[in-house]
Design a protein around this ligand. Structure first.
Ligand code: HEM
Length: 266
C-alpha cells in the first residue's frame, strides 16, 4: 500500500470523495489511486459525499419515507373498495395486474425505497451510537431519544409485518384458503374474508397497525425537522397534521379486519 500526500492509500480514498470537486487537489492524486479516482464521474462522487453526511442520510430517509407514506395511503384507498363488495375489490386487483411492466416498476421502486430506508436508518443509528458521550454519564431521557427509540422498535416490527402480510394476502403461504379466480387473478375479496375470519390474524394486524401509527407520526414529524421546518407558528400545525393523518390511516386499515370478524361482509 503506497502513500499519497502523506495519507495511506486506503484513507486517501475516503478523502478523495471529500475533495473531488477541487481541481487542484484532484490533480495531486497518483498511481492506481488516480486511475480509480478518474473513473468515478463527478456527480456520483458528489452524491456519495452527500450520502456520507448525516444530513444526506436523513434526506434519503425522508425521500424514501415519503414514497412509503404515499404507498400506504394509495394502498388504503384501494383496500377500502372492500366495502363496495367482491366485484369492485376483485376488479381493482385485476386492473392492478393489467398494468404489467408498470406494476413491476412500481414494486421495484417500493422495494428499493424500503431497503434504502432501512440501510440509512441502521447507519444513522450506528453513527449516533459512536457519537454518544461516555455511558458512565448519567442517562437522561430526552424527547428526541424517545422518538428515535420508538422508531427503532416500530421499524423492525413493521418489517416483520410486511413479510407476514405478503405471505398472508399476496403469496397465500400463511393463509387458510388462498384462492384464484377462473381468470387466474387472485380472488382478493375471498382471500381477505377468509384471512380475517381468524381472530389471531386480526389481532396481529391491529397490533401492527398501531406500530405503523407510531412510526408514521414520528416519521412525518422528523421529516419536517430534517428539512428544517421548525417554526413556533407552524410546528404545532405539522404535529396536528401528522397525528390526524396517522389516525385516519389507522382507523381505515383496522376497520377492514374488524368488519370481517364482526360478519360485515358478503
Ligand atoms: C389491514 C390493513 C391491510 C389490508 C386489508 C391489506 C390488504 C392487502 C391485500 C388484499 C393485498 C393483496 C392484493 C392483491 O393481491 O391484489 C395486499 C398486498 C400488499 N400489501 Fe397490504 N393490506 C393492509 C395493510 C398494509 C400495510 C400497512 C402495508 C405496508 C406497510 C401493506 C403492504 C402491502 C404490500 C407491499 C402488498 C403487495 C403489493 C403488490 O402485490 O405489489 N399492506 N394488501
Amino acid at each position: 500500500m503506497g502513500e499519497i500526500s502523506g495519507w495511506p492509500v486506503s484513507y486517501n480514498w475516503r478523502r478523495f470523495r471529500g475533495i473531488s470537486y477541487n481541481k487542484e487537489l484532484f490533480s495531486l492524486q497518483e498511481g492506481t489511486e488516480r486511475m480509480s479516482a478518474a473513473s468515478i464521474p463527478l456527480p456520483l462522487a458528489r452524491a456519495a459525499r452527500f450520502y456520507e453526511s448525516t444530513i444526506g442520510k436523513k434526506a434519503i430517509m425522508a425521500v424514501t419515507g415519503v414514497i412509503g407514506f404515499g404507498f400506504v395511503i394509495g394502498h388504503l384507498l384501494g383496500n377500502l373498495q372492500f366495502y363496495l363488495g367482491p366485484e369492485a375489490l376483485n376488479h381493482y386487483g385485476a386492473k392492478l395486474r393489467e398494468l404489467g411492466p408498470l406494476l413491476m416498476a412500481m414494486r421495484g421502486v417500493l422495494l428499493l425505497a424500503l431497503v434504502t430506508h432501512i440501510v440509512a436508518a441502521f447507519q444513522l443509528w450506528r453513527q449516533n451510537r459512536k457519537a454518544r458521550p461516555s455511558r458512565y454519564v448519567k442517562w437522561q431521557p430526552t424527547k428526541s431519544s424517545f422518538a428515535s427509540r420508538t422508531m427503532l422498535i416500530s421499524g423492525p416490527i413493521l418489517l416483520a409485518f410486511i413479510v407476514y402480510h405478503l405471505m398472508h394476502l399476496t403469496w397465500g403461504t400463511a393463509h387458510p384458503s388462498y384462492e384464484h379466480l377462473p381468470s387466474g387473478t387472485p380472488n382478493v375479496y375471498h382471500n381477505v374474508v377468509a384471512g380475517f375470519s381468524q381472530p389471531v390474524a386480526v389481532i396481529a394486524y391491529i397490533v401492527a397497525m398501531a406500530f405503523l401509527g407510531f412510526h408514521l407520526v414520528h416519521g412525518v414529524w422528523s421529516m419536517f425537522q430534517s428539512i428544517g421546518w421548525n417554526h413556533p407558528k407552524y410546528t404545532p400545525v405539522v404535529k396536528k397534521f401528522a397525528a390526524g393523518i396517522t389516525a385516519l390511516i389507522f382507523i381505515g386499515n383496522i376497520s377492514i379486519p374488524i368488519a370481517v370478524l364482526l360478519g360485515f361482509h358478503q
